[in-house]
Design a protein around this ligand. Sequence first.
Ligand code: PGA
Length: 255
Amino acid sequence: MGRKFLIVANWKANPRTLKEAVSLTQKIERGVAKYRRVEVVIAPPFPFIPAVGRTLKKSRLGAQNCFFSSGPYTGEVSIEQLKNMGVEYVMVGHSERKTYLGETDDLINKKVKALLGAGLKPILCVGEKERVGEEISRVIAGQLKNVLASVKKNSLKNLTVAYEPAWSISTMPGAHPDTADNVFRTMIYIRKVVSGFWGREVAHAMRVIYGGSVKSANIVYFLKEGKMEGALVGSASLDSLEFTKIVSEANALIP
Ligand code: PGA
């Protein structure tokens, strides 16, 4: 498809201090600077966004969440504010937000529409809570249908879909990464569902990436055999050497 891989560092509610956040950013930046075939996104927690943004040279700035409007919404952060800080990519619908904060498909739909309308790039997380057998979960089709309802077709090229089954997230009890074969079949399924609603062109214009226990030791399976176009990396993105290795492995796959 000729696109760069997208490797996203999802720091979640880490690290504890601004000093650590800036230091981690500097180390990652030094590590990934020479890997030109990969687009790296760092998504720090909100309070660290301005300082991390100022430290970035190669990588793009991301956010882990947003609110769909500005105004009287106590505790929320608007898309305009994120844009003003230089944020380009915004994650939406992460399973941890659904589990701990009760985020619904309806709310995620409003966020996706507002982000695309503002010219930002949503990274939409979809995936099942539990794996039942080797079947691809039909839950994914329902999520895509709900969260992409009435989205403008011509804005969908800015969308990235992250297949991130909750059971594969490294901090979940008994977590393990998905298999390359299943990831491949799920990528095809996601494009098929999107193609059914918006046509083949849209389905192939968007990126599909994988998230869940990604490490330097398994990234190649997901990108090469799984044919994913990138990865959403949680725990391993807090270790600058390990994260750099993930980016370097991805970079080496593109001639
Ligand atoms: P993990 O997290 O890489 O620690 O499994 C992925 C994520 O939740 O984005």
